[in-house]
Design a binder for this molecule. Sequence first.
Ligand code: UDP
Length: 239
Amino acid sequence: MPQKLYEGKAKILYTTDNPEVLLTHFKDDATAFNAQKKGQITRKGEINCAIASQLFKYLENQGISTHFIAQTAPDQMQVAAVKIIPLEVVVRNIAAGSFVKRTGIATGTTLKSAIVEFFYKNDDLGDPLFTEDHIQLLELATPDQVIELRQMALTINQHLQKFFSDRHLTLVDFKLEFGCDQSGNILLADEISPDTCRLWDDLTADPTQKILDKDRFRQDLGNVAAAYEEVLARVMSQN
Ligand code: UDP
């Protein structure tokens, strides 16, 4: 019988009969600002599961190793069991969010080249920005793994930028998580969805209407579910 292994803010992880396989259930619950803001987005679980499944399949076809095995229900995904590396790997193409606050660079500024940031996955500490020295000190990943994570994140960025731009979406920034399988291979894990990416609609110039991601929820911009539905429609389209 499947047992609940872990419940996070947006997903629940269950065991299966096979110790190498886990089941992810995507929830409609939405949180922001380290869970200080809580709510629900209609159909988010199913939408994010479908988007993430499609993106994992696309990335696998581009040669990226991911934990994705299969979408087994509208809000359920079978994944390979991995040991999650406790880092949030953020890639940025355009200045937004915490990067703007930290650097003073104006929101919407295109960066000369994509940058990668590492945050320590630790709710008690509020997921602080970590340098490579911090990562080594806390032994979160080896120096070689950090090099690999950075390279994988930048390669994934190139593939996702193309995928989204073909669908008239600009990939502003996004967060990835990685895990190690039993052989020590690094796999892309967690999810890729409007919860974890900033996506701006190329088909409108209106700065508020452009936003099709969790910033609508964070900033109380309204039409949150409609934005997620729009991203799903674009992701599923053959462009
Ligand atoms: N992000 C995420 N989970 C987090 C923090 C950030 O998925 O716990 C995503 C976020 O949606 C955005 C990118 O990572 O696409 C960069 O987020 P940022 O550091 O700007 O933080 P925020 O402004 O969201 O607090």
